[in-house]
Ligand binder design. Structure first.
Ligand code: GMT
Length: 373
């Protein structure tokens, strides 16, 4: 099978999922053609059956904004013709589903049928897509996809509430490779002393992640339990971290590590993962933590509760309830027996989302798309 994959190349969850899925399909002997404006962060282009095609947008003095969607549609058409793509899978509706629709129409004129699958990831629906400046275009292009999937039940509901969608949306949860997660005591010792606990937050540090809550939870916890906090990722809320670090006088207890490619290497040295997000269609970062055996202290936003099971893989509190989240963190960190039980259970929960369970569901969808074409 020759699969075209359109995704964002950043460390955001949608790009990571698209990349992982494409690489898994390539490993099964299919051709995976990645189409993006730069090489996806985790894509290994040295592997067999992997192709990368860059969307180049020409600068022209007339344009204040470059016509990215047009360039994307055009390259999809070119790749589909040159390599004989069997199907196109776009991750994140904006503007990928829109560009896919136009590519499909152009190809149809040439007598080529290209089935399109759109996977909705979250902010393409909840935050950006339902905004009036994009809404009708997003709604139209989602409806024009041959197959629509969403990464959680919660996102499926949000999509039906935000738009008039005339097709079925299949929920295919995100997945994780649960093998080889090595926790290194030596690396841990670089960050905490023997008698200290380590909390971690990983995100793109955007407003929606409620970074001020991460800081506030940590501040409450460190008053009760000797502990430190690692923040992984980059984004606009970096200043909030810097500001609140000074306000709480925790300069010696917080470290920002920036972007890390192999995030599991750092997740596996931590004791707790903090995810107090305002919105989260799934919470891939929480699943990555759980896969490393790290319990999650989270909010109950969107699809997080489908991933983090309250009282099992961690604890769940209402969005913004930092006192409840801090109380739960303190409870776990103070009780070694409970903490090690939750670490075990977090891993158990992550196994429900193992590659081996979810990739075949996508494979089945791809087969259906091909056979119905
Ligand atoms: O805003 C982000 O967190 C990035 C965004 C993305 O598209 O990369 O993440 C969304 O998709 C991820 C993968 O499906 C989900 O795990 C995240 O929960 C979702 N983010 C939000 O809904 C805010």
């Amino acid at each position: 099978m020759k699969i075209g994959i359109v995704c964002y190349p950043t460390f955001g969850g949608s790009g990571i999922v698209a990349t992982q899925l494409g690489m898994e399909m390539a490993a099964l002997g299919n051709e995976a053609h990645f189409i993006s404006y730069s090489i996806p962060a985790k894509l290994d282009v040295t592997l067999p059956n992997i192709y990368f095609h860059q969307v180049c947008v020409k600068q022209y003095p007339l344009f204040e904004y470059q016509p990215f969607s047009l360039a994307l549609s055009t390259i999809i058409v070119n790749i589909a013709e040159t390599y004989g793509l069997d199907l196109l899978h776009v991750h994140y509706a904006i503007p990928h589903a829109y560009a896919a629709y136009f590519a499909k129409q152009i190809l149809k004129e040439k007598g080529i049928e290209l089935p399109v699958i759109t996977t909705l990831h979250g902010t393409d629906i909840t935050l950006v897509g339902s905004h009036p400046i994009y809404k009708s275009g997003v709604e139209f292009s989602i409806n024009k996809s041959d197959y629509i999937t969403s990464v959680s039940q919660s996102l499926k509901q949000d999509t039906y509430e935000a738009f008039i969608i005339k097709k079925d949306i299949e929920v295919i949860p995100n997945f994780i490779d649960n093998s080889i997660k090595i926790s290194s005591p030596c690396v841990r010792r670089n960050f905490v002393a023997e008698d200290e606990k380590l909390m971690i937050h990983v995100s793109n540090l955007r407003k929606v992640k409620r970074i001020d809550d991460v800081m506030s939870i940590f501040n409450l916890v460190q008053k009760e339990v000797k502990s430190k906090l690692l923040i992984v990722g980059e984004g606009p809320e970096t200043e909030t971290v810097e500001h609140l670090t000074q306000v709480y006088h925790v300069e010696d207890k917080i470290k920002m590590l920036g972007k890390i490619v192999d995030v599991s290497s750092i997740l596996s040295i931590a004791d707790l993962f903090l995810l107090p997000s305002e919105q989260e269609s799934f919470g891939l970062a929480a699943l990555e933590a759980m896969s490393c055996g790290i319990p999650v202290i989270s909010s109950n936003a969107g699809g997080i509760t489908e991933v983090n099971k309250d009282g099992f893989s961690g604890f769940v509190s209402p969005v913004g309830d930092v006192h409840s989240m801090a109380k739960n963190a303190i409870r776990l960190l103070k009780d070694e027996k409970m903490l090690s039980l939750f670490k075990k259970q977090a891993k158990e929960q992550a196994l429900l989302f193992d590659n081996s369970k979810i990739i075949p569901i996508y494979k089945e969808l791809y087969d259906k798309a091909l056979n119905n074409n």
